[in-house]
Ligand binder design. Structure first.
Ligand code: DAH
Length: 339
């Protein structure tokens, strides 16, 4: 046998002994590099042996390459399918997996939803990116109206907005239902150009809408009072304060008694630091404006309704005493773990 063939035979022998020693995936990987890699034995043979003058030699090297590939993949299959069960000690305690939980905003949304569902409301999710009609025009806020000025809206173009409130859901719900009665709670994300201790560019609102024959303010009062007691505690009360919104007439701000001073405004003869007056503002509400009822395709002569839109983060902060809204979105696991 010529020296060239001896060299090939030696590689075969070396491979056989290497294979015996390698029983892991990493081992097979290393052999692949050693024999078939760029600087591997096969390439070295192609470069160093006189394959140009001896074509048979080229074929022999290719055969060797095939052999190596076959042997390596056989060994790989053996490793992957071998019965390793005996080496697994079932008595060793496992590594505990960290347990996740719902984010506190998701928990608050769930709680709010359950309160309204128990009153017969249906949970809805209406668009958070919407057209100007649903967001403003159809809610009795015409183009150029000054009420648009204090909405810190993100406009994507002249017609599309990131909704700054969930009130757009009112028109969607009327369109969907076509006739009264309506009892819906639309909970979703809202967006405003703002950031400080009580405002973030993205936050959540829950929007209630009730429309039926003969709905009046006492129905709004009843629902408001029920929500306040269920969410904050049985000792809390609410009140209406006159306000203005384009989509309701009359319109109100709803206040709720402060949990720290129980509505008295005083704590041990000094003014309450949390509320100063005994009351905390919950959010806007009112009787749905006839124009909105009309825009939703209903007849305001035949039905009436009330609506409200309150902030999820706001009620959560009022309930828990979280002092800065940005903490809620800080993803600081030490903060989140407290809830
Ligand atoms: N959309 C108002 C806001 O974001 C809140 C609001 C006020 C909603 C009165 C209503 C309502 O449904 O009737 O400031």
């Amino acid at each position: 046998m010529g020296t060239n063939l001896i060299e090939i035979e030696n590689i075969k022998k070396e491979l056989a002994s290497d294979l015996k020693k390698s029983s892991s995936l990493e081992g097979i990987d290393m052999l692949k590099t050693k024999y078939l890699g760029k600087q591997g034995k096969i390439n070295i043979l192609f470069k160093t042996l006189p394959i140009k003058t001896d074509p048979k030699l080229g074929k022999k090297i290719n055969d060797l390459k095939d052999l190596i590939q076959t042997k390596l993949s056989e060994q790989l299959t053996t490793i992957l399918t071998s019965d390793n069960k005996m080496s697994f000690d079932v008595s060793i305690p496992g590594t505990p997996m960290p347990r996740g939980s719902l984010h506190l905003i998701s928990q608050a949304i769930e709680e709010i939803e359950n309160i309204f569902v128990s009153l017969g409301f249906v949970r809805r999710r209406y668009p958070e990116v919407d057209t100007d009609w649903y967001y403003a025009e159809g809610l009795n806020i015409p183009k150029g109206h000054p009420a648009r000025d204090d909405q810190e809206t993100f406009y994507l173009d002249d017609n599309i907005v990131l909704t700054a409130h969930t009130s757009n859901g009112q028109l969607h719900e009327m369109e969907l239902k076509k006739t009264p009665p309506i009892k819906m709670i639309n909970i979703g994300k809202t967006y405003r150009r703002q950031i400080d201790t009580t405002h973030t560019p993205m936050f959540h609102q829950f929007e209630g809408l009730v429309i039926d024959k003969d709905i009046n303010i006492t129905h709004l009062l009843g629902v408001t009072e029920y929500f306040a007691k269920s969410y904050f505690g049985q000792d809390r009360h609410t009140r209406l304060r006159p306000h203005h919104f384009q989509f309701t007439e009359p319109s109100f701000e709803i206040d709720i008694t402060c949990g720290v001073c129980s509505g008295s405004g005083m704590v041990e003869k000094t003014p309450c630091k949390v509320c100063k007056s005994g009351w905390l503002e919950l959010g806007g509400a009112g009787m749905v404006h006839p124009n909105v009822i009309k825009n939703g395709g209903f007849n305001p002569e035949e039905c009436s309704g009330f609506a409200f839109g309150w902030g999820v983060e706001r009620v959560l902060m009022m309930k828990t005493g979280i002092p800065d809204i940005r903490l809620i979105y800080s993803d600081d696991i030490r903060f989140l773990n407290q809830f």
